[in-house]
Design a protein around this ligand. Structure first.
Ligand code: GLN
Length: 287
């Protein structure tokens, strides 16, 4: 980002320069990336950038953008961590390295569980296992104000982010609890619905992930350090004690795991729903 001492940078200059720089370094969505960085630094909406292409950048603004660009290009840090937030199910979520970045496929899990809960007026309680940023539980709580949601996670740092996200989205019908579900799976109540997007990446596949994922996202949120199926096997053993009789569970699964689910959940009635790319993605089951 050197233009000689005397030359001043406009918003458009930065957009052009950074877009090219990101393209050269194979960063996804180059133009969008710089625009979102600029919105963060200039505290404005994207449309404002377009109305202010000729605005001159201040020295400290340029310095902030430069740091963001370096984090993205040199460190391969995900854009969402650099910005400090992302959107999920239409709501804004604070994210940082202690929580997984919510993925669009997971919105489908939220959609299906909301549809189910709406169709069952007796459904009042939902447990979100491995809540992370709180995205699943918060989206459900926000959409269904009469339902009480409990979000659990092993990580206290994740729970802090989840609490913050609940507060920032003005959700009051959710509470959070620190627990390692593999060890602590007896609750003082039984739930109507369980939702979870557990760590399902196998150790083997972890090495094939991009540095954005395997060097920045929390490992314990991504992988079970095993074959990727550890949590589902555990769920198959304990869901009958966590859910009420007739209760429903919605679990996200990874690419290629559908067949394994049929045998892990052979004692249950399950359906496997596909995502937008026709990849089997959500196990829906009844206990
Ligand atoms: N529930 C969060 C999500 O779906 C976190 C999941 C996780 O950490 N594995 O994004």
């Amino acid at each position: 980002m050197d233009k000689g001492k005397l030359q001043l940078w406009t918003v458009l200059d930065v957009i052009r320069w950074a877009t090219e720089h990101f393209e050269k370094h194979e960063v996804d969505s180059p133009r969008l990336t710089i625009e979102l960085m600029l919105c963060e630094v200039l505290k404005c909406e994207r449309v404002q950038l377009y109305l202010n292409f000729e605005r001159l950048m201040h020295k400290d603004e340029l310095a902030q953008v430069r740091v963001m660009i370096e984090r993205r290009v040199r460190d391969r840090e995900p854009l969402q961590y650099i910005l400090g937030h992302t959107y999920f199910y239409g709501y804004r979520f604070t994210v940082g390295p202690s929580v997984l970045i919510p993925r669009p496929e997971t919105e489908l899990l939220v959609d299906w569980s909301i549809k189910y809960i709406k169709s069952q007026p007796q459904c009042k309680t939902v447990l979100d296992i491995g809540t992370g940023s709180g995205c699943i539980g918060i989206a459900i709580a926000k959409q269904l104000p009469l339902v009480s949601v409990t979000g659990v996670d092993k990580s206290n740092d994740a729970l802090e982010t989840a609490l913050l996200n609940a507060a920032r989205n003005s959700v009051t019908n959710i509470r959070f609890e620190q627990r390692d579900i593999l060890e602590q799976y007896t609750f003082g109540e039984r739930f109507d619905v369980v939702v979870s997007n557990p760590p399902y990446i196998s150790l083997e596949v972890m090495n094939e992930l991009t540095p954005e994922v395997n060097q920045h996202e929390p490992l314990e949120a991504l992988t079970d350090n095993h074959d990727g199926l550890l949590f589902y096997r555990h769920f198959a053993r304990v869901l009958r004690t966590i859910l009420k009789p007739g209760g429903k569970f919605f679990l996200e699964i990874g690419f290629g795991q559908a067949e394994a689910m049929r045998s892990i959940f052979c004692d249950y009635y399950i359906d496997i729903l596909e995502d937008f790319s026709k990849i089997p993605r959500i196990v829906v089951g009844t206990v």
